[in-house]
Design a protein around this ligand. Structure first.
Ligand SMILES: C[S@@+](CC[C@H](N)C(=O)[O-])C[C@H]1O[C@@H](n2cnc3c(N)ncnc32)[C@H](O)[C@@H]1O
Length: 300
């Protein structure tokens, strides 16, 4: 059997055995098998990254390894944990159990942050950014990759996430422009080097209601850290804290941009308005019209 025949045979079989989560739209039977095939061949790539490659011939040993990887996926191990890769804003990054697997939906936040970063960089020639709740570092890494004038700081409460972010910084050779610190929200930056000095703060906080975290799909709850999801009783515990603490760190014209959960947008906009610390509070919606990101500039 040649490689195309083997690929088609496995795909037919896989179609009935695989389950796909809504928040990983890039994963299909084809991209899943391709990513596993390439990983078995020795080239670790994400589902999305696999699209840029053709499938190589596999040795007998590699075919055996491919079947082992497929078994792992069928038993609900996330694809990103098997390949050790997840693509975010066009960049393959390291992914493992230490932090959330970056989701496609968070690219809405990444794109908005990059737009604002571009405007600030044009007027100032440089930009100082903090990625709060950085997890694997995906948002900060993408911003620093695409905006070469950016000095980036990333922070997370989880020491394991901080370690994965550090691995990612090395993986992408961004050591010169990114620093990572462990701490609760902005606590790692409580000093005069940061008060009033941040041009842009980005944050994808945990925002799932505690009561819903317990009911999440087993593929997620068994493999990704609960700290990445749990936003407290109402889901907005960290968002509320961010809204109240960010202004102290922002420059007079600085921006905060953050993701919100489905259905939280309108209320969170009201919280920003009520705080009186922000102007130009803008929602960004997904393709279905749901508010998923809010950007706000510090009020003058
Ligand atoms: C939804 S995940 C986002 C991770 C990553 N930024 C992304 O977009 O995939 C939320 C992150 O917030 C972190 N976190 C939770 N509570 C925190 C807190 N009080 N201070 C800082 N980080 C926190 C979690 O460890 C997790 O990495």
């Amino acid at each position: 059997m040649n490689k195309s025949e083997l690929f088609d045979k496995i795909i037919l079989d896989l179609k009935d055995k695989l389950r796909f989560l809504e928040d990983k739209p890039e994963e299909t039977p084809e991209t899943t098998l391709k990513a596993l095939w390439l990983t078995a061949s020795g080239l670790a790539v994400s589902a999305e990254g696999s699209l840029g490659h053709s499938i190589p011939d596999l040795s007998e040993e590699q075919i055996k390894s491919l079947y082992d990887l497929i078994d792992l996926r069928i038993s609900n191990t996330p694809l990103a944990h098997i390949t050790n890769r997840q693509r975010f804003m066009g960049i393959d990054m390291l992914a493992d159990r230490r932090a959330l697997i970056p989701r496609k939906e968070t690219e809405i936040l990444g794109k908005k942050a990059l737009e604002i970063a571009e405007i600030i960089t044009k007027s100032k020639g440089k930009i100082k950014v903090i990625d709060v709740c950085c997890g694997s570092g995906n948002l900060g890494l993408a911003i620093a990759t695409y905006n070469k004038k950016c000095e980036l700081y990333a922070t997370d409460l989880s020491q394991e996430a901080v370690e994965l972010a550090l691995d990612n910084i090395n993986f992408l050779n961004l050591n010169e422009r990114i620093r990572v610190r462990q701490g609760d929200l902005l606590s790692a930056f409580e000093n005069d080097d940061f008060y009033g000095k941040i041009d842009l703060m980005v944050c994808n906080p945990p925002y799932i209601l505690s009561s819903k975290v317990e009911k999440m799909d087993a593929e997620i709850s068994s493999n990704e850290p609960v700290l990445a999801f749990d936003g407290g009783m109402l889901g907005i515990k960290i968002i509320q804290k961010l809204i109240s603490e960010a202004p102290k760190f922002l420059t007079p014209e600085g921006w905060v941009v953050f993701e919100v959960g489905l259905g939280q947008g309108e209320f969170v906009i009201k919280l920003c308005e009520r705080s009186k610390s922000y102007q130009d509070i803008q929602p960004v919606a997904d393709s279905a019209g749901n508010i998923r990101v809010i950007s706000a500039q510090k009020s003058s």
